[in-house]
Design a protein around this ligand. Sequence first.
Ligand code: SF4
Ligand code: MG
Length: 317
Amino acid sequence: MFEIVDLNAGYEFRNKFVHAVRNVSLKVEKGEFHGIAGESGCGKSTLVLAALKLLRKPGKIISGKVIIDSTDILSLSEFELRKQRWKKFSLVTQSSMNSLNPVLKIKDQMADALIKNHGYSKQDSYNLVREKLQLVGIPIERMESYPHQLSGGMRQRVVIAMALLLSPNVIIMDEPTTALDVVVQRSILQQIEELRKTEKFSTIFITHDISLLFELANRISIMYAGELVETGAAKSVYSKPFHPYTKGLVEALPSISKDLESYKGIPGRPIDLSLQIKGCPFRERCPYAFDRCEIEKPGLRLLEDGENGRWVSCHLY
Ligand code: SF4
Ligand code: MG
């Protein structure tokens, strides 16, 4: 249903190229909640922007395909793409709460793309806006409000309603609740989960908070230094992480029963993505590194087949 094939992208500066997304391949099935986690700067946002052809200069897509319903959307013109956006896929970005236009009423910003790109009349688009606002639990009289008259949580719900307008099959969410307090965050996440089941869309959900994914996602992918290092069923990755980086993330998760001393962080810093990487990109932080990790770069390999299909990129396996 949604497939990223060998995507490479990054940022071009005068004399260097920051290779932020490296050979990423990913398949998301119909109705799946696929989480992507990794620390800040690992390329998560670049991955989604590149995958939807939204990466702006100095960002650049080097190679790869992104297949949605048998069409490679990276090969489409901007005009063709605009017709597909919202209908086949939509994006809820990291700072989406601030992306609302402050001088437009909610109903008008929501209706705008429907009228301009999808041939809707004003009345039909308002009807649809009303329907989707109700779906995310916003009282319909709020469509007459301006963004500043809504709370942060409500603004985020508006943005989610917008992404749902044309009932796309895939909704990509890049840290959609990061800017909200935990209580609001929780209620929005629950709502996304309910909507996903009733509206039957697939989600690619990006976050640096891996604990959210263990709870919500069907499958998860762990990203490190621009690459996917492990992909598998969320529950089995949680109970049995293979990649040393995933192990580190799981060990660092807070728990009510663990005492504070037993928490371990992952020492060191991520690698500079503008440099040529030799060997395993995680080797300087990896407690299991051995000779081979210095010279040979590991690639993703299938370790467990079937429903729990697990791909891991590490010489230990
Ligand atoms: Fe650690 Fe080596 Fe595996 Fe990289 S390949 S994660 S350095 S053991
Ligand atoms: Mg990001």
